[in-house]
Design a protein around this ligand. Structure first.
Ligand code: SAM
Length: 372
């Protein structure tokens, strides 16, 4: 019998070990990429597992009981995540979003939240620490997450109609539980809450106006997201995309809408409030019909510690390799700096004209793996 077990690393997507420059430049907090975009927002996927099987993200036919999710040894530990997050924050990141998979499936997530909440930002303002969830476990976890230091949550919710919701999550999960989760998050002080609805023409577009009616009058920002061609498994078709302009037209026929100016650079949503002064806000995220690459300040850290610079990337940078290979903080920070400075990604702007993958192992990364 072998007396030593060596964990086999999972190399799901192509990734290269980052170059550590000979001269270690310390983070200035003002990193810019090749298109002059700052690094402001880090999304961290804490698990590749999810208890939903939304067909646009993790279709059941692919992610079935035979699918090999990442082994525990591949996942970054909370200590490794916090160490890397601190280096990103030193480079100027002011916002961290925990995602997945379903982040609330990661055991003791509150412990990670508490560790990240301590990170000092470059300008000494509190870190904007948030989480995206399908809401299924939120009722149980909202208070503990708030106590640990989580600032806000975004809840994904694609329909109010129970039959449509169950069909879309493809796990027969009832909508009432998610609505109770949103209420619990509001009570715990995890607001202002965002609710994200992915709109698929012919599947849930009849829910647009009912969703707005439901959340109108509450301190909730409802976002309608165009169905995107992320990953390689959802069978995306342009005719299933309902353009945001049509969403706004339908809402405008029902409510008086007043545009809200962007509050932060790089904001992905176009926003409206209700013209009659009723509380609530709606927004659209038009990554297909109105790409916003030129303002993209987001980096994504996958569940197993690979850095991706675009939601539509097919190659990552293996930061875990540096962490577990014994690199120092100064070396890893300098490597991150070099990677961001070379960044030129703008997939959504080039969509259609961009060449397809050349090899099977250059398929686009799945969203549950790098996080939404
Ligand atoms: N499980 C969490 C959740 O449901 O919010 C976090 C991960 S999920 C991948 C993050 C977000 O990505 C969700 O709002 C989901 O609806 C969105 N998403 C996934 N696939 C998408 C697609 N093809 N187009 C647009 N949004 C998508």
């Amino acid at each position: 019998m072998a007396d030593k077990v060596i964990a086999v690393a999972d190399h799901r997507y192509r990734a290269s070990l980052p170059i550590v420059p000979a001269k270690l430049v310390a983070p200035s907090g003002e990193l810019r990429d090749s298109l002059h975009r700052p690094l402001g927002d880090l999304r961290i996927s804490v698990t590749d597992r999810c208890n939903f099987r939304c067909s646009y993200c993790m279709p059941k036919e692919v992610f079935d009981r035979h699918y090999a999710f990442l082994p525990q040894s591949s996942l970054l530990s909370f200590e490794e995540i916090t160490r890397l997050a601190a280096l990103f924050v030193a480079h100027g990141v002011g916002k961290i979003r925990l995602t997945g998979g379903e982040p609330l499936l990661r055991r003791d997530l509150e412990r990670l939240v508490a560790m990240l909440a301590q990170l000092p930002t470059v300008d000494r303002t509190p870190l904007d620490l948030t989480l995206t969830t399908n809401g299924s476990l939120l009722e149980r976890k909202a208070a503990a997450l708030r106590t640990a230091g989580l600032g806000r949550v975004t809840v994904s919710l694609d329909a109010l109609d129970d039959a449509i919701f169950r069909r879309m999550n493809d796990a027969d999960f009832p909508v009432a539980d998610v609505l109770r989760g949103i209420d619990a998050a509001e009570r715990a002080g995890l607001g202002p809450i965002k609710v994200n609805m992915v709109v698929k023409r012919g599947t849930n577009d009849q829910e647009i106006v009912p969703m707005a009616r439901h959340f109108r009058g509450r301190d909730v920002a409802l976002r309608f997201i165009e169905y995107m061609d992320v990953g390689a498994t959802n069978g995306w078709r342009m005719d299933e995309v309902l353009p945001s302009a049509e969403v706004v037209r339908r809402l405008g026929a029902e409510f008086e809408l007043a545009p809200v100016p962007a509050s932060t650079p790089g904001e992905t949503a176009e926003r409206w409030r209700y013209g009659d002064g009723t509380a609530g806000e709606i927004g659209t995220i038009s990554s297909v019909t109105k790409a916003f690459c030129r303002d993209c300040n987001r980096a994504r850290l996958s569940t197993e510690g690979k850095l991706f610079l675009c939601l539509f990337a097919s190659r990552g940078h293996d930061l875990r390799g540096l962490v577990r290979g014994g690199a120092s903080d100064a070396e890893i920070a300098a490597a991150i700096g070099l990677i961001w400075q070379a960044r030129a990604d703008r997939y959504s702007e080039l969509r259609g004209s961009a060449p397809g993958p050349r090899h099977a192992d250059e398929r686009r990364v799945e969203m549950h793996y790098i996080g939404g």
